[in-house]
Design a protein around this ligand. Structure first.
Ligand SMILES: Nc1nc2c(ncn2[C@@H]2O[C@H](COP(=O)(O)OP(=O)(O)O)[C@@H](O)[C@H]2O)c(=O)[nH]1
Ligand SMILES: [Mg+2]
Length: 529
């Protein structure tokens, strides 16, 4: 890379870093654009390309300039034409990548003393360049120093040529127009055609065109052109040096806005210990509001409820129905709702204050002019809103995990409990039949079966109650176990999510800012070489 392209790269990097710091980089960007527009071929060689329609005399002109037979001149239209480059021996390596990109395979070395550091690419005719060749003229333009359009008395007015030039008019100042075959025109005609051509170019949007009348055949204008090209590489070097200085100046202006100097590497805006403490405080504040342990309690209760809903006894079901009707269950066993409504449980002050303290401290280390933009770059203006939405998102992600599971086992217990309830009801009905049975039946005459000394209905009542109690207890133990496990998981998950969310949202922008300041400093060093 040359000094100029290196300065430009450093400037681009510096601009990007300064934008991360929220700084206004309009001026620096304008300089970068100017430099980029004028940078041309990124090397010391002055590279020009000859473009133009078939038969206008590109090859003849190259030969005339070189004073030797470099490129084949064809009287008859060629069916194929390959691009060719004429390059000074010493520059060949530098130009090689460009030639490869263009697709030039024929390279002729030269040692022309008058054309030091000049390379000329004889492009295939504009028609074929235009059609699908990789190096279309417009893509080539930013990579070379100048484009020389060759026209002749027949083709200078060609509508296809002018259509193409209209698209390229923004690059007008990099184009030179060589009006060839002047030997076929009288002096007056030369002047008239040149004026006519200039008018046409002007309607194409190329107002200040440089048109040279010349003849490859009798040498008119060729010596002038060669003289002009002879100083081109030196002029290019002078321009490049000036542009490199412009780029470096623009970069140090941007850097000084950020308070960055080449001599002193920037230190972290926030001391690590202070930051760790603030982060801890903010996280603790956030956990106090979100209350992962509380969420865990709700999960446990919700799991018990679910187990009861699936596997509860008749009596438990009736109680559950009553409590759901009065809304008691909603409040104590709704982990999702508890999670989602975290904001109602406290203020965000304990999260925001430590962050603000650290940021205030960091801002003090910046130049006065860089503070306001930094506040915006750090996202301090909407810190609260960003924190809320980040924590919202974190809690939403744990929502699924907080939902109580369903269990086949609990369903099975539910069926058994219903059966036991049936037995109980049956036994009670049996007793009632005996006591309030149809009139006239004497108690003694009804035979009640006995199991040992105890009447069967009583056995049924007691046994079904005891069994139901045991199943209920087992259900509750199992649900408690499942619930505790799930609660632990959810608590850990919510805690982790809140921790990373708070530190990311609040402190990651500070890291990015430190990083941007280091990048800016590195760019500054790079541009100084
Ligand atoms: N009269 C005249 N003919 C020229 C001149 N330059 C080139 N020619 C002729 O134009 C034809 C095409 O030339 P060439 O260099 O192959 O054109 P290219 O296709 O643009 O490379 C050839 O017959 C040349 O002799 C010139 O200055 N005057
Ligand atoms: Mg040719």
């Amino acid at each position: 890379m040359t000094a100029l392209s290196e300065s430009l790269a450093a400037l681009a990097e510096g601009i990007a870093a300064a934008q991360d710091l929220g700084l206004d980089t309009t001026d620096a960007e304008r300089t970068a654009d100017l430099v980029e527009q004028r940078i041309g071929f990124a090397g010391n060689t002055y590279v020009i390309a000859l473009a133009g329609g078939t038969g206008v005399g590109k090859s003849s002109l190259l030969n005339a300039l070189a004073e030797s037979n470099v490129s084949e001149v064809r009287a008859i239209r060629p069916t194929t034409s390959r691009p060719l480059a004429w390059v000074e021996e010493n520059d060949r390596q530098e130009v090689e990548p460009l030639l490869e990109w263009v697709g030039v395979e024929d390279v002729v070395d030269h040692q022309h003393r008058n054309l030091a550091d000049v390379a000329i690419i004889d492009l295939p005719d504009v028609d074929s360049v235009n059609l699908g060749h990789r190096a279309t003229v417009d893509a080539l333009l930013p990579r070379i120093d100048a484009l020389y359009w060759v026209v002749d008395p027949e083709k200078y007015d060609d509508e296809r040529l002018h259509g193409y030039l209209r698209q390229l008019s923004a690059h007008g100042d990099r184009m030179v127009f060589l009006f060839n075959k002047a030997d076929r025109l009288g002096e007056d005609d030369q002047r008239l055609l040149a004026e006519d051509f200039a008018r046409r170019l002007s309607t194409d949007g190329i107002g200040r065109s440089s048109i040279r009348m010349l003849s490859a055949r009798d040498g008119q204008g060729v010596a002038d052109l060669r003289r002009d090209l002879a100083g081109a590489a030196d002029r290019k070097a002078a321009v490049a040096a000036k542009l490199a200085t412009d780029a470096a100046t623009a970069l140090s202006e941007v850097a000084s806005k950020a308070g960055i100097e080449a001599e002193t590497p920037p230190t972290s805006l926030v001391e690590a210990k202070m930051r760790a403490r603030a982060s801890q405080e903010a996280v603790t504040g956030a956990l106090a509001v979100v209350d992962p342990a509380g969420v865990g309690r709700q999960v446990r209760a919700a799991v018990q409820n679910q187990a009861r809903r699936q596997g509860g006894s008749l009596l438990v079901r009736i109680l559950a129905l009553l409590s759901s009707l009065t809304g008691t269950r909603r409040r104590t066993a709704d982990p999702e709702g508890y999670l989602m409504n975290w904001r109602r449980r406290g203020s965000l002050g304990h999260i925001l204050n430590p962050v603000r303290r650290v940021v205030t401290d960091a801002l003090a280390k910046l130049p006065a002019g860089a503070r306001t933009p930094a506040i915006a770059a750090l996202g301090m203006n909407d810190l609260e809103a960003r924190l809320v939405s980040a924590i919202d998102q974190a809690t939403r992600q744990s929502r699924e995990a907080a939902r109580p599971p369903r269990s086949f086992l609990w369903g099975l217990v539910g069926v058994i409990q219903l059966a036991l309830g049936g037995v109980l009801l049956f036994a009670i009905a049996w007793y009632l039949t005996i006591i309030f049975g149809p009139g006239g039946i004497e108690v003694a005459t009804v035979e009640v079966p006995y199991l040992g000394p105890v009447p069967v209905p009583l056995v049924l009542v007691v046994a079904s109650l005891v069994a139901s109690f045991i199943f209920g207890a087992l259900l509750s133990i199992h649900a408690g176990w499942i619930g505790r496990r799930q609660a632990r998981l959810v608590t850990a998950r919510v805690t982790a999510a809140v921790e990373s969310t708070v530190s990311d949202t609040a402190f990651a922008p500070l890291d990015r800012m430190d990083e941007a300041r280091r990048r800016l400093h590195a760019a500054l060093l790079q541009s100084r070489g």
